[in-house]
Design a binder for this molecule. Sequence first.
Ligand code: 13P
Length: 252
Amino acid sequence: MRTPIIAGNWKMYKTIGEAVELVKALLGGLDASLVKDREVLVCPPYTALYAVRPLLVGTAISLGAQDVHPEPQGAYTSAIAPGMLVDVGCSAVIIGHSERRQYFGETDASVNKKIGAALGVGLRPIVCVGELKAERDAGQAEAVVGGQLAGGLAGLSAEQMLKLVIAYEPVWAIGTGDTATPADAQAMHAFIRSRLQAQFGAEVAEAVRIQYGGSVKPDNVDELMAQPDIDGALVGGAALKADSFLRIVHFR
Ligand code: 13P
């Protein structure tokens, strides 16, 4: 059985004060009996990590970051090293989000390097894949996602793969309210699992969690999470408010 993992990607939202307020509201509203069998993660902007960390220690919510640089240190103005994320209390990091790919030149090769660097310091990589609308319309969705997986996960061992989470986020569903149907999402998740099986074997493929992301909301999370190969959600907009994120975390 795969432990469901619900993560909030706050993107470039929330001042320090707002982040602290949101974390306090989340902790206050969390139903311990409902979340004992699931993992909950928040990924605030870098500037808020240090402020929210002490609030989260010893709670059911863990801390993640939204990106990482592959080098351990160096003259890389603006970048944040893997060890720095560990230092500030992160246990996970989102890698290869489509916004990083679209606006910051992230490639499958850089994703691959970042995964290795994150694993090297014990961070859990949440590796994002997903196709554009035009690619889906052209019947290329599986080819695109398959390519992202092949490039991003190249050279990983089965043991390393077990530490990863994959997030399938169709780009056309992000921030649009246009969620993939549960059936379409399930089909892609099954495809991703088949690719993991081909590369890493059946045991690994069965164990790796695959999140869905793209307009996950309180009113669609239950149906998405009911799909056999959907093991969690990576939530953007609906993670910015306590009531909507809590309802998603408390999916039935
Ligand atoms: P939305 O939930 O706002 O569509 O964003 C999804 C996402 O990009 C999470 O990483």
